[in-house]
Structure formats: structure tokens, C-alpha cells
Design a protein around this ligand. Structure first.
Ligand SMILES: [Mn+2]
Length: 262
């Protein structure tokens, strides 16, 4: 009965499957996927379809799932109203966000499957507190939700502004830190487990230059932040999918197979 957390799979289905094998993931375990399962890599929709069927895998919203939901909603509204306004869709499909393959695969789904995916993501978690022994882990894609909640809070329970911040905010951004230099995080006792900013960007890599989980017990001098995004978005040899087991904070890694590199 173990609790695992991973993030930012970015369409790398094969690496994700190898990870489940490496950790011997079983029906008694729980896995939290902290968003950005889709985009950039080849198999985002396949990953969503797979985890939707697994009751013990819990999906969080990342900024890429938010981009997808906003784009698809916009497309639907425009079709209904006979307008042509592709701003949201263009943003998602833009090279900088890499949604093209996800969109193409989504369009190939049956109407029933499309609806199931949208309902599934509408119910995705945005933030959740998980107690393991005496520790409380606060899980989110990028930052925190500026709203009180008990155990967890979902996408469809929040207003856009609060979701946007939780999935987009770069906590390492100097201007953000300056702006909020008192009390950036709600509770000093929590351990925050986040993805979103790959650790290569923070120059936190191993001897071979590969992304390394950044376990920072003194972020801004007082917060415990574990960043588990090890750069699957990069699609290069430094990219790794990292998985954290909360019971003992053990870390597992899987790279990208050579045929899926950029
Ligand atoms: Mn992200």
C-alpha cells in the first residue's frame, strides 16, 4: 500500500508504462499524476485514456490540460454560434505549447470518448493534501490554490483565476517571489510536491546532465518544496520521468527511449 506521485509525463506513454512496472504498481497502491500528462510528446490522449480506466490513479490538472479544455470549449462555442475565432485553439497548438498531436488524436476519438475525456478532466484535482504518517503533503501542478479547502479541490469547483494561478505560476520567478515575499505558501509545516518547472531550468541535474528531483527544505528560507518535474517536455537525453514514493521519499527515474527523442 504505497502512495506515488509523478508529474509532467508530456505524452511519453512508454516511459510512463515502464515507470509503473519499475515501481511494481498494484491495485493496492495509489498514484497521483500532477498534470501535464499531454502535449509535446506523442501519446497524450493514450495516457489519458489509460489512467481514466485506473481507479487508483488520480489525475490533476496541469496548464496543458487547462489549455486543452479552454481550446475545445472555445471551438465548440464558435461552432454553435457560427463564428470563427481560433485564438484559444491557436495558443494550444502553437509550437510553444505543443498541443497539435493531442488535438489530432482527440479529434479521432468517438463522440462518447470525447465526452468522457472532457468530464474526466473537468473533475481533475487542482490541489490535494495527503497525510502520510505525521507528514502532510500538499500536491499541485505548479503552485497552490488561494482558497481554503479540506482534503482536495477540483477544477470544476474553482473560478478560472484560481485555477490559472495553481497550474501556471512559476514559483522560481524572481518577480513573483518579490511581489509576495511574505507568506508565499499557506503553511510552513506542509511539504509541497510540485511539477511544472523542469529542474534542468534550475540547473539541478546529475553528473550526466539529467533532470534531478529538487528536494528543497529551505525554499525562501522556510518552505519545503519537492519539485518532481525532470524535463520530459524537453524530449532529449536529459529528460526523465521521476516518481516519488511518499512513505519513504524514495525516487524512481525513467528516461525516454531513443525513438521518441526530439
Ligand atoms: Mn506545466
Amino acid at each position: 500500500m504505497s502512495t506515488y506521485v509523478l508529474s509532467d509525463i508530456h505524452g511519453q506513454y512508454d516511459a510512463f508504462m515502464r515507470m509503473l512496472k519499475q515501481i511494481n504498481f498494484s491495485a493496492e497502491d495509489t498514484l497521483y499524476v500532477l498534470g501535464d500528462a499531454i502535449d509535446r510528446g506523442p501519446d497524450g490522449i493514450k495516457i489519458l485514456k489509460t489512467i481514466m480506466k485506473m481507479d487508483n490513479v488520480k489525475m490533476f490538472l496541469g496548464n496543458h490540460e487547462l489549455l486543452m479544455m479552454e481550446a475545445l470549449r472555445n471551438v465548440e462555442e464558435c461552432e454553435k454560434e457560427g463564428r470563427e475565432d481560433t485564438e484559444e485553439l491557436d495558443l494550444w497548438l502553437d509550437e510553444c505549447n505543443g498541443g497539435r498531436q493531442t488535438y489530432e488524436d482527440f479529434k479521432k476519438c468517438s463522440a462518447k470518448k470525447k465526452a468522457e475525456i472532457l468530464i474526466y478532466l473537468d473533475n481533475a484535482i487542482v490541489a490535494k493534501k495527503v497525510k502520510v504518517g505525521r507528514k502532510t503533503y500538499y500536491l499541485c501542478h505548479a503552485y497552490v490554490v488561494n482558497k481554503r479547502f479540506d482534503n482536495e479541490v477540483k477544477y470544476n469547483e474553482l473560478i478560472y483565476k484560481d485555477v490559472f494561478q495553481a497550474v501556471w505560476q512559476n514559483i522560481y520567478d524572481a518577480s513573483f517571489v518579490k511581489k509576495l515575499n511574505e507568506k508565499i505558501f499557506p503553511n510552513k509545516r506542509y511539504i509541497y510536491v510540485l511539477g511544472h518547472i523542469f529542474t534542468q531550468r534550475l540547473d539541478h541535474v546529475d553528473e550526466q546532465g539529467r533532470g534531478l528531483v529538487l528536494n528543497d527544505k529551505e525554499f525562501l528560507g522556510e518552505y519545503h518544496i519537492i519539485n518532481i518535474d525532470c524535463g520530459m517536455a524537453l524530449r532529449n537525453k536529459s529528460s526523465r520521468l521521476a516518481c516519488l514514493r511518499l512513505e519513504d521519499e524514495a525516487i524512481f527515474y525513467e528516461g525516454i527511449e531513443s525513438e521518441n527523442l526530439n
